[in-house]
Write a protein that binds this ligand. Structure first.
Ligand SMILES: Nc1ncnc2c1ncn2[C@@H]1O[C@H](COP(=O)(O)OP(=O)(O)OP(=O)(O)O)[C@@H](O)[C@H]1O
Length: 321
């Protein structure tokens, strides 16, 4: 903090840690403060507190406050899949909840224009508030902050979107007022086409997670998804295998309708981390589709999601070196 003795009383103000410099020229005090991670309302409060604190100091007639516009440090993780219906949205919702339970401030952007299901999965059907073109994410019952293309358009409309429309909608969601959100998960549309490519370029994720079922066909598509992220130099944090193995709720017998372990083998062959697996589970489907993410409760599903969430954070640390 550059020091101006006339304003040194500000060093003991509650906002001292945010003050980057303070000068008194004539009777005008100029304070530069770091507003990183603050929401619009919190920035306004900070500005007011600094002005109130400085205007009372001897020799000060006017106070000018400049808040640095630095974008808050935020991590964006894209969740993709080579094909539809593999459980990408279900896993994204539950991983968001698991990360929030670990104490992280989590946002989720539902960019799945072909089937925006996050408002259902996270039980948040209200329209987001907006100030001008700036939207405010909706806080869901599990504490995840959500913006979805499903909240912007009527059901079915987004399906017809072409690339440029999808990317401009995504822009609006990314540029929303995310406040002090630390990590944003982006639920991408399934597939590896141009729409997905331009969405990835727009979201500029720090890392990507691929969801696949264990069948060969799904894994071939997952490999394409890995290639897609490679093309735009986004590190792949790993693959999650979903719908791996089924335990009959009646007789307890285990079977593998889609095979098992295929994603782990593929991950090894492709040199990407394997993040964990979720079984095919009727209770997971029922609870998720009813807006009660199992990750928010106690039980084996919640444990599995929190383990995978921890793996994702560990891989993120690794790619950041
Ligand atoms: N492990 C699982 N066990 C049982 N059902 C599951 C599991 N994972 C997902 N499902 C169910 O499969 C269906 C498809 O899941 P989901 O919508 O998450 O897939 P998706 O990959 O996001 O599909 P799309 O992107 O095509 O919309 C949902 O009904 C969901 O509840």
């Amino acid at each position: 903090m550059s020091d101006d003795p006339a304003l040194s009383a500000l060093d003991s103000s509650p906002d001292a840690a945010r003050i980057r410099s303070k000068r008194l020229v004539g009777t005008i005090a100029t304070i530069v403060a770091d507003a990183s991670g603050l929401s619009t309302a919190e920035r306004t409060d900070l500005e007011k507190r600094l002005k109130d604190a400085a205007i009372d100091l001897p020799g000060v007639v006017e106070v000018r406050v400049a808040l640095t516009a630095s974008r808050p440090e935020r991590t964006v993780i894209a969740i993709g899949s080579g094909k539809g219906g593999v459980g990408k949205s279900t896993l994204t919702a539950n991983l968001a909840v698991a990360l929030a339970r670990m104490g992280k401030r989590i946002g989720l952007i539902d960019a799945d224009i072909y089937g925006p299901s996050q408002p259902t999965l996270l039980d948040a059907h209200q329209k987001p508030q907006a100030e001008g073109s700036k939207m405010f994410p909706v806080t869901t019952p599990s504490g995840v902050r959500l913006l979805s293309v499903g909240q912007l358009v009527s059901p079915g409309t987004a399906l017809a979107w072409r690339g440029p429309m999808a990317t401009s909608a995504l822009n609006q969601l990314i540029d929303a007022d995310w406040g002090d959100t630390e990590i944003i998960l982006v639920d991408l549309p399934p597939g590896t086409g141009d729409v997905q490519l331009s969405l990835i370029q727009k979201a500029r994720p720090d890392g990507a997670v691929i969801v696949s079922t264990p069948q060969d066909l799904s894994l071939i598509d997952a490999t394409r998804a890995i290639d897609l992220f490679g093309k735009v130099s986004v590190p792949v944090l790993g693959i999650i295998e979903n719908m791996a193995g089924y335990t009959c709720p009646h007789c307890g017998e285990s079977s593998d309708p889609f095979g098992q372990g295929g994603a782990e083998t593929s991950a090894t062959n492709l040199g990407v981390p394997f993040l964990g697996r979720l079984p095919l589970s009727a209770s997971l489907r029922e609870a998720s589709d009813a807006g009660r993410p199992p990750a928010a409760e106690e039980g084996p599903a919640a444990d599995a999601f929190s383990k995978i969430a921890a793996q994702i954070l560990a891989q993120l640390e690794k790619v950041r070196g």
